[in-house]
Design a protein around this ligand. Structure first.
Ligand code: PLP
Length: 262
């Protein structure tokens, strides 16, 4: 019996529906693939604050991943919020047993509300134990700053240099997301060891949005699962995220100032 292609999502839940597993499943379904999940944390969040986090025990995260991989034909893995060093170590151990499945890591450190989503001591583990096992890592500018121990890059040239530094250190491709920069275009930079950086542009949408990092990384994973190259996958994913957000006037990934105020 032919098995349907799946993307395994390893991520946290967000009760607001703005980000996390919900956003990942929606994205992967919209691209025609099935999902299976390993939940890493349960969070109580609104769009304005992170109110509670319960981290799932590392062994249970690994057990979910192994069961999902045993039950399905998994063609790509998307990883989001991991939270603790223990979960990172267990997830890395599972990935080492499946070296042929491409892994997309969104290195989630905090919600846009400001609430922290990872233990301080887990950031080094993310960099040294997990990133080298991934096909691509997708930091935004604040995440890139933390991961390289520097200030938020003030311009595109600096963002590119910092992306190259991270890519060299973790020996994998890095997509530096320019969503937090200024300007009419949102520019993402794909940096790969021993290759020139590639630029991907889309018009910047004048709205506050949540879950865009989850959507982009899930869309890259879905495209890799369908057999596209890394460059094609980034291009397809960026287009998909832009079109989805631009064509929806009222979705839970966006909220205007009036709603945010109260
Ligand atoms: N909450 C969870 C569980 C997430 O996985 C993420 C991002 O991946 C976030 C919150 C952060 O999303 P946002 O930046 O949209 O707040």
């Amino acid at each position: 019996m032919a098995m349907t292609r799946h993307v395994l999502i390893v991520a946290g839940s967000d009760s607001s529906g703005g980000a996390g597993v919900t956003r990942d499943v929606e994205t992967i379904a919209a691209l025609g693939l099935k999902s299976c999940v390993a939940v890493t944390a349960v969070t109580a969040q609104t769009h304005q604050s992170v109110e509670w986090i319960e981290y799932v025990p590392p062994g249970l995260v690994a057990a979910q991943m192994r069961a999902a991989l045993a039950a399905n034909s998994v063609s790509a893995i998307k990883i989001g919020m991991l939270g603790t060093t223990g979960v990172i170590a267990e997830a890395a151990a599972v990935l080492r047993d499946h070296p042929d499945i491409p892994v997309v890591l969104d290195p989630v450190l905090a919600a846009s509300s400001g609430g922290t989503l990872i233990m301080e001591d887990a950031i080094a583990a993310l960099r040294s134990h997990l990133m080298p096992l991934c096909r691509i890592v997708t930091p935004n500018l604040p995440e890139l700053a933390v991961l390289t121990g520097s200030a938020t890059p003030p311009d595109e040239a600096c963002a590119c240099r910092k992306g190259e530094e991270l890519s060299r250190t973790v020996r994998t491709a890095v997509l530096v997301k320019g969503g937090h920069a200024r300007g009419s275009e949102a520019v993402d930079l794909l940096v790969q060891p021993d290759r020139p950086a590639l630029r991907f542009e889309a018009p910047r949408l004048p709205r506050k949005m949540r879950g865009t990092g989850c959507m982009l990384s899930s869309a890259i994973a879905a495209s890799l699962a369908l057999g596209a190259s890394l460059e094609e996958s980034v291009r397809n994913a960026k287009k998909f995220v832009f079109n989805t957000l631009a064509n929806q006037s009222e979705i839970s990934a966006t909220w205007d100032d009036e709603q945010a105020a109260g």
